[in-house]
Ligand binder design. Structure first.
Ligand code: CA
Length: 523
């Protein structure tokens, strides 16, 4: 069969085949603990014949620390001494809203046996290691770059790779319709945000009660003192200044001030960025602080939560915090991860949790190729976004970084843009809108559930995009067949010329070969 297009065709003639899917599992798996983990292990064995050997990895957790949720009605949660005695572990801190206590035990005890011991305590519902999460960024050489993710005109990125014009999120067309609004609050759950950065300060969320209240006083009685632009879950303070740069880079992509004659522009020219810090200056944070961070964003009304981090194992308490954000009507956008891993067979948290408000994001480069580092998954990774050599605000200046960390804020930004335009959409409707309007590209086919790149214009206009013109499966085709002389003589060459009127290029796929062996007349 010929597969032809008048616009885009391949210039070579090739036989059609389906490459085997590559099961890459480089350095990626999970620590299995307790009863729940046993279920995951058996699932992994059942779903992938190649995966059984690869499921145990040491994941990082805070030494000797465990996040424990108590059963309802068995509380001494306000009495740490009594609680410590009952749990046989030193109580370090509590999260009363979730019935959670964080305990410390002897560091020489193995994580497995500590979790088992805690889980056997009749007061305990769930016990899990205090996992450590890390930012999903890959290192990069700093250089002045351009915002190809918003408008790709074929410019080279900061590595000199020439882009494919139009391989972007269609921001320029979208901005003719909507440029964002101060009605939508986007929580950057990350290393904090540099709220003094000239491109970010005007778009910061402000807690009015605290901004106009008294210094040193919890004016709005939410448990945090002076949380004017957000919350620092590490020290419990209201100071979420970025001491790493990662959160500010994500913030710039979502909402660097637009049309102000300086620096860069975000997907949203105007928005409200809530800085929620739980990752430290080294880019790591604990499960305990992740739970506190998400709970704060939920409580303070963030509509979009942008999560460019991952790691750790399955954590029920983290899952429950995300579920609470779902109940509150927020969208939870999460980086798929940077391990070149298939998340379908080897989940990456929090992106892989099965909650209806999560969008898991893969990264593509400026030619629409899936970034080699990006995790993928036909079922569990949903959409792609620009994530290689992304230029944005950081460290008081600007820099080009790569990662699913950089892809995620593109999706968060588009979510905020659409919500600015249609404030009555539910999170479920908005999520569905973003996925249904993604532009299919060859680089993501079979790698994400949509096979598409997030598209701001399509999402705003609720336009279902046309099929990918680069995908031969979508081309017009016409059948053809030819036969050699039969029976042929020895040392015969035959040439067949194929022409298709009206097309400039075509691809030729051989559906079937018959040889003379199939003819019973041949001796
Ligand atoms: Ca407060």
């Amino acid at each position: 069969y010929f597969f032809c297009s008048t616009k885009l065709c391949v210039g070579t003639i090739s036989a059609s085949f389906n490459p085997l899917e590559t099961f890459s599992r480089k350095g990626k798996s999970m620590l299995l603990t307790g009863r729940r983990a046993a279920k995951i292990l058996s699932a992994a064995i059942l779903t992938g014949s190649l995966s059984a050997f690869a499921s145990i990895k040491q994941v990082d957790s805070v030494p000797g620390e465990y996040v424990v949720r108590l059963k309802p009605g068995k509380l001494f949660i306000n009495n740490k001494a009594q609680l410590s005695k009952a749990l046989g572990s030193f109580v370090k801190s509590t999260i009363p809203s979730q019935n959670i206590v964080v305990v410390k035990r002897a560091a020489f005890e193995s994580t497995d046996s500590a979790v088992k011991a805690l889980a056997q305590n009749p007061m305990v519902d769930i016990a899990e290691p205090n996992y450590i999460y890390k930012i999903n960024r890959t290192p990069n050489d700093p250089m002045l770059g351009q915002l190809w993710g918003l408008k790709n005109v074929g410019q080279a990125d900061s590595d000199g790779k020439v882009g494919t014009a139009g391989m972007d999120i269609d921001a320029e067309k979208a901005w003719e319709i909507e440029t964002g609004s101060d009605k939508v609050v986007v929580a950057i759950i990350d290393t904090g945000v540099d709220f003094n950065h000239p491109d970010l300060k005007d778009n910061m969320w402000t807690n009015e009660a605290e901004a106009s209240g008294k210094a040193g006083v919890d004016d709005d009685n939410n448990g945090v003192i002076d949380d004017i632009h957000g919350f620092n879950a590490i020290d419990g303070s209201g100071n979420a200044m970025d001491d790493h740069g990662h959160g500010s880079h994500c913030a710039g992509t979502i909402g660097a001030k637009g049309d102000d004659g300086k620096g860069i522009v975000g997907v949203n020219w105007n928005t409200r960025i809530m800085a929620v810090k739980f990752l430290d200056a080294g880019g790591s944070g604990s499960l305990e602080d992740a739970v506190k961070a998400i709970d704060y964003a939920t409580k303070m009304g963030a509509k979009v939560m942008s999560n460019s981090w991952g790691g750790g194992g399955f954590a029920q308490t983290l899952l429950d915090s995300i579920k609470a954000s779902e109940t509150a009507g927020a969208l939870f956008v999460a980086a798929a991860g940077n391990d070149s891993n298939n998340n379908d067979s080897n989940p990456s948290y929090p992106a892989s949790y099965n909650v209806s408000n999560i969008i898991s994001v893969a990264a593509v480069d400026n030619t629409g190729t899936k970034a080699n580092f990006s995790n993928y998954g036909k079922r569990s990774v949903h959409i792609g976004a620009p994530g290689v050599n992304i230029y944005s605000s950081t460290g008081g200046a600007y820099d080009s970084w790569s990662g699913t960390s950089m892809a995620t804020p593109h999706v968060s930004g588009v979510a905020a843009l659409v919500w600015s335009h249609e404030q009555n959409l539910t999170a479920t409707e908005l999520r569905q809108r973003l996925l249904a309007t993604a532009r299919p590209i060859a680089g993501l086919k079979g790698k994400t559930s949509t096979g598409g790149l997030v598209n701001a214009y399509n999402a705003l206009t609720n336009t279902t995009p046309p099929p990918d013109a680069n995908d031969p499966a979508n081309w017009q085709s016409q059948p053809a067949s030819y036969e050699s002389e039969n029976p042929y003589k020895s040392n015969t060459n035959t040439t067949t010329e194929i022409s298709v009127p009206g097309v400039t290029e075509f691809a030729l796929y051989f559906e079937r070969f018959d040889t003379e062996a199939n003819y019973d007349t041949v001796k």
